[in-house]
Design a protein around this ligand. Sequence first.
Ligand code: NOJ
Length: 434
Amino acid sequence: MSEGMKWWQKTNVCEIYIRSFNDSDGDGIGDLNGITEKLDYLKELGIGAIWLTPCYKSPQADNGYDIADYYEIDETFGTMEDMDHLIAEAGKRGIRIVMDLVFNHTSDQNSWFLESASGKDNPKSDWYIWRDARPDGSEPTNWRNIFGGSAWTWSETRGQYYLHTFLSEQPDLNWENPEVREALYNVANFWLDKGVGGFRMDAVTYIKKPALTDGEPDGRDGRAAIHKMTANTEGILDFLHEFKDRVQRGRDIFTVGEANGVRASELSQWVGDEGVFDMVFEFSHMLIDLNNEIDWSSRRNWSLADLKRILGDSQRNTAENGWYPIFFENHDQPRCIDHYFPWVSDSENGSEESMAAKVIGTLMFTLRGTPFVYHHFLIHEGRTEEEALEAVRHFSRDSARTPMQWTAEENAGFTTGEPWLPVNDNYRTCNADS
Ligand code: NOJ
């Protein structure tokens, strides 16, 4: 191991989708104490950091990616004391907790947004992206949000539209406003002062909005995908350098950006000493079966040679310009066996799936980069015969969010209550114990 390497280049990270990992209080939903209970298990696996999906106070319109208060833990997941306990207990085992910073948007229930929406004249009136309707009352631009439908929602109280890259319950913050940036840096520093080991920066390529003008329609709805209009636009790096200066400087943490829209050729501006983060997630191997990155229902055939070329390119890139997380699934993606080995998914006794999982595991732990294991790795989803459900089955994010399978006991040992999402029926044979 080279001496100049940082701790996060020499460890394994485990992404924990908190709702589905381990339920300590029997309400069917995973929680912070549930994670603390499993720290020894994680240590045994060689995990040095946990990327924890959002556990802040939230109405859960997007399972926590809609934050109502960055300084509070959602009661579904526990309390701030539970969080402090988790950070401390993890620390004792050499495991660092990495928080998910959702800074492109908040919840529409965040007090910042409620104030901003209360009228045009208030101290936070410019904290979100507000625009008048067009003369005919329609939305200011033809943009489609990432989940589908207009990217603008009308606010009766304010008498204007607000912009949202994701759900209407997730209004986008206005990063042009220095007060907003200051508030966000304060949030990040609050968590660092608690001792967290870094941040995963959610949807971070969308924070800088270019001129708000119509785009070329790219779908039957006559709208233009917001991704094409706002991802990684001119000036974004100025914001992110400021973030690095104000948050990371002098701290031994790592940052990893969810960087949809960053091209391989730009990597050196995004990661490393000259860049803004330590790593960015690179999605080309995840998009291998899509015709284009804005339409999840349009799939294409691909070959092993394509996958090899994509991984080869990204490996060469990191060798020269930086460092990548190595990952084959996460809470937004299909299970990796279904995704990369669709032809073995039906096998009766699971032996072919195990083989496929070993292949992916071997890749994961031998490629250059930091392995980011998702806790569903090695557990895959069954198939449905109904053709109409095919696309949903393949791309539904729920498939990646079913409860963790710990044992062959009832509900796979995830909860003593009713699990929030059904446990995969293969749990009696396919579980962490066995
Ligand atoms: C990316 C997250 O991974 C996803 O789960 C979420 O829906 C969006 N960002 C919006 O925050």
